[in-house]
Design a protein around this ligand. Structure first.
Ligand SMILES: [Zn+2]
Length: 190
């Protein structure tokens, strides 16, 4: 078992109902504070994910894997998935040669060596990279989740290739929901 910090969500944020999990959905917090997590998601009530991986590679567990919460924007995929938030700004913008977080009113500078320039995705080409520790821990957490749940080792990075209901394995939020940027098809998650 990976070392994991228990950081319980309020009981009002998730459903204590057992469901089969055959999908992992990867998110970005779009903030460097832990409270940024819920701000990125767009349903008012019962928003949450099972795990958060911080930039220094700590895993925080918010509720049991048996339960579920709205985190994809759709009930079908939320009920059968394990949600993982990766702490990062997700999208960035360049102003006068410097990089800042995008999508919120406040502007926080992001060091240039943490910026990825990718194929433009939904109009955005600069993204905040994950840390090596995050990627290492994500890889191990995915393996561990696959040992406990019927989650195949299939990555679905491509948009609109299959209806979401037929996708099992590992997927990013942006593949499920067309208004999201976490994460583009060429974003290096591992
Ligand atoms: Zn998301």
């Amino acid at each position: 078992m990976l070392k994991c910090i228990s950081d319980p969500s309020p009981k009002t944020d998730w459903f204590d109902e057992w469901t089969i999990k055959n999908l992992i959905v990867l998110h970005g917090t779009a903030g460097l504070t832990y409270t940024g997590i819920d701000a990125t998601l767009d349903i008012e009530d019962r928003i949450n994910v099972h795990y958060v991986i911080t930039r220094d590679g700590l895993i925080r567990q918010r509720f049991p894997e048996s339960g579920w919460a709205y985190h994809t924007g759709y009930k079908e995929s939320s009920q059968r998935s394990i949600g993982i938030e990766l702490e990062s700004w997700v999208i960035a913008q360049k102003l006068d040669g410097k990089f800042y977080n995008a999508g919120y009113n406040f502007k926080k500078e992001i060091p240039a060596d943490e910026i990825l320039e990718l194929q433009p995705f939904r109009g955005i080409k600069y993204y905040h990279a994950l840390t090596k520790k995050q990627k290492d821990v994500l890889y191990l957490l995915i393996l561990e989740l696959q040992s406990r749940h019927p989650i195949p080792a299939d990555w679905h990075r491509e948009i609109n290739s299959l209806p979401t209901a037929q996708k099992k394995g590992i997927i990013t939020h942006a593949v499920i929901k067309s208004t999201r940027y976490d994460y583009p098809p060429d974003y290096p998650l591992l």
